[in-house]
Every structure is written in structure tokens, then in C-alpha cells.
Design a protein. Sequence first.
Lengths: 258, 265
Amino acid sequence: MIRFSDVSVVYDGGVRALSNLDLEIEDGEFVVVVGLSGAGKSTLIRAINGLVPLTSGSLQIDGREVTDLDRTGLRELRSEIGMVFQGFNLVDRTSVLNNVLMGRLHSVPTWRTVLGRYPADDVAVAAAALERVGILDKARVRASHLSGGQRQRVGIARALAQEPKLILADEPVASLDPPTSHVVMRYLKTISAELGITTVVNLHFLDLATAYADRIVGLRAGELVFDGPGSECDAGVFESIYGRSLTADDTMDNQAAL
Amino acid sequence: MTAPVDRLPPRSRPSRFAIGSVIGIVVLTYLAGRAVDFDLSGLVTDLTRPNSVIDGLLDPDWTQIWSRRSRSAFIETLQLAVLGTTFGAIIALPLALYATDYGAPNRIVRSGLRLLNSVIRSLPDLLWALLFVSAVGIGALSGLLALFFFSIAVISKLTTDTLDAIDRDPIEAGVAVGATNTEMLRTAVLPQILPSYVSFVLYGFEINLRASAVIGLVGAGGIGERIQFFQGRGEWEKLWGLVILFFLVVLVVEQISAFFRRRLV
């Protein structure tokens, strides 16, 4: 379980990204965080795995206080949390399999990693992760040779290879076209449901959010302005999250039609 | 309505800094030339004067190319270049990786390594050779140590520049999976710089081959010692024969090295 209590994050330049946030996420939930860019979505996700330090407040994950963790504790925590990025963050100059094996780094001894000699068990986990996202046949291909959708599936496989309790996805489909976005969202949703992995996804398209979310969390200027099931989230609610009336740009299908 | 070309925004003027820099460079060049009494006519009169060194160049001793002692001096030079480059390259890679802002385990290590790197880089090949010739004596070992440090300087400098320009996104992914610094550098950074690094090692080898001739002049072994020997005895024909052979060897090695480097990057 993830519990934010009165969390604030203020960046060095004085930008207030999160403001007195209270939020609880139960195990196995599929939560979509929506809001305009700059509303604090990325900060919320990166606070969970300690990539962004809290300025004040408390953030507990399964009873562990994130701000209290030392380097080793933080690595331990991160190894249990898979992360999927907007820009995929793959190493282009190496194979798909090597990219997915990054998800095994926490359990592989450092000397083996340095020599590139991964244990068979870890390669098996990586292969199973690739199979789950349907690109096992691309394992030996260079990451740079894949299409955008395939690259994001490698990103998901890398997170899966960690055998995580939690997956964080920061705008996972913002660099993809609409059909591919749906493929990627379906993989995230299926994986969460079948493996019982708690999943937090940032999105800025409303139609995608309502289509996939069990629960939607709305952020506006770093404050929680909505928290409820996807079914309750109608146009009026979105206008309150966005602070303006909706336009075609706010839904992926309409934007694609433009 | 006037044509679009007449409505182009005005061209920006060169900045004061740019103008000042150009003036500064011209003035400095002139002052430096005056300080050393630079005179083109002196060069011409010196060249036309009878000169045994130039005579040797016009009539080099080709037999030097096949003499046994020259050959063994060459082999020693090649060995120095290969060993110095290999060991230097092995040390240069971690020195460059752990001195980056993302690769250093902490600030103390980073500052320490950066200081070490700049000290190593500030000394030219000849000074390294002089240093080791005075410390461990005349011979190939001094040459090897000099080329070792010189290789570290060249390869770590070039690798550092490449490390500054890599794609940082995979680093974030490495941190997010809970990797240690070393694991992150190996998996997220090394694959990105490996082709460039190998290319720099080959380039370092080319430079070392040439440097090995220079450091021999101060007694650090290899072909330079042999050149020094002929120079001391005034045997210019033999010296030039040797220089021509050296030129051919460097040419061949550079062609081979360039061929591989082209395929890498």
C-alpha cells in the first residue's frame, strides 16, 4: 500500500510541484493520474520510487517511510518498483534482451553484470517478460531497430523482469499513435490484473483515462482535486481538473481525427 | 506590398566579444612574432647554406631499412606502443566513467578523479619520458611507463567528452531499477560509448607510435634512441633512412587503424 500524508515537493527554483497531498493506493489497484502538464503528475510518480525527494510530509510504501531510506534501502525499494517512461529510456545500441535484463540487475552479482554473463535463471525471467508483451522473437534485435510501440513494450518487459509489486508508468503513450497507445494500455492493464501488480499511470488524454482506469486521481497545480472511479469522471469533472472547458486536444481520438 | 526579401529582419551584428576576440588574436600573434624576432628571409638563407643534414636527406641510406639493429628498435617501438596503449586504455575507462557527474559514487571521488585526470592530462609525452628516465633509468621500461600515462591522458580525455554527450534517459532507467553505480554504468552507459571508446584506443595507439619516436630521444627506448644515436655521430644518411622507414610504418598503421575506426562509428 502507498500512503501519501501531507506531501509537498518544492523544486530548487521554488516551483511547488506537489502541495499538501493526501492519497492512499491499495494493493492491486490500477490508478490513472490526470492533469495538465506541470500539474505534478510526474513528480507524484517519481516521489514513490524516491527519484524526487519530498520537501515535507510522509510517504509510506508497505510501511516503509521513503524519506528514511538510505542508499541501500532506496535501491532495495526501487528494485521492487518497475518504471515505464514516456521516452522509453532504452539503451539503443544494445539488444532488446540486454535492455530487459536491466530489470534483473538487483539480483545479479555486480561482477557478472560487468562481464555481461547473466545467470540462466535471470535470462529466463527476462525471456518470460518479453513473451508476455509478445516480442520474444525480437530479443536479439538492437533496440534501435524497433518501432515506437515495440520499444514501449520492451520498456514494460524491463519493468516486468523486476518481478515488481508496483509499476509506475509516466505518460507511457505520449510518444505513440492512437492504435499503438491502446495496445500499450491494454498490456499495462492485463499485466496489472493477471499478476496483481499495483499500477499508477500518468495520462493527459481523458478518453484513455476513463477507458482503462479503475480509479482516477486528478491533480491541478500540485493539489488533489478529484479522486474517484473512472465512471464518475465526466466532462464536468475534467473541466474542474483542467480549470478550463475541454477541447478536441484533450481526447486522443478527437485529436487523431484533426 | 514590398517583396518578402525586403522585409527580412535585419541581420544581427557581430557581438563585441567576437570583434574583441579577433582583434586580440591578431595583436597577440604580432607581439609574439616580434618577441621571437620572426623573419621569413632568415629561413630562406638558412636553407640555401651548405648543410650536411639536408645533404643526408637527399641521399638517405636505404640499407638502414633492413639492418638488424634498426629492425629490433622498430619492434621495440611497436611493443611499447601496443603495451602502453593497452594498459593505458584499461585504466582510462574507469577513470573517465567514475569522474562523470552521473557515474561518480560521491562528490569526493568525483573531485579526486577529476583532479587526477587533469594532472595526468597536463603533462606532454616528452615530460613523462623525462620523468621516468630520471626515476627508473634509461631504457624501454621508462618508455612503457611514459606511454602508459600518456595513453591514459589521451583516451580518458576523449572518452570524457563522449560521456558528456550521451543519452541520459537510460541512466534514469538504471537508477529506477535499483542498480548500483557500477551496474548502471555497465548496462546503460557503456553500450553507448563502446564504439567511440574503441576508436579512441586505436587513435591512442597511432599517437603513441609517433610519441615513441620522440620519447626515445631522451633515452626511453625504441626507435628514438636509434635516431638519437645517429644524430650524435652525425650520420645523417642513416638517420634519414630510419626516418623514412618510420614514416612508412606510421603510414601503414594509420591506414589500418583508420579503416577499423571508420567501421566503428
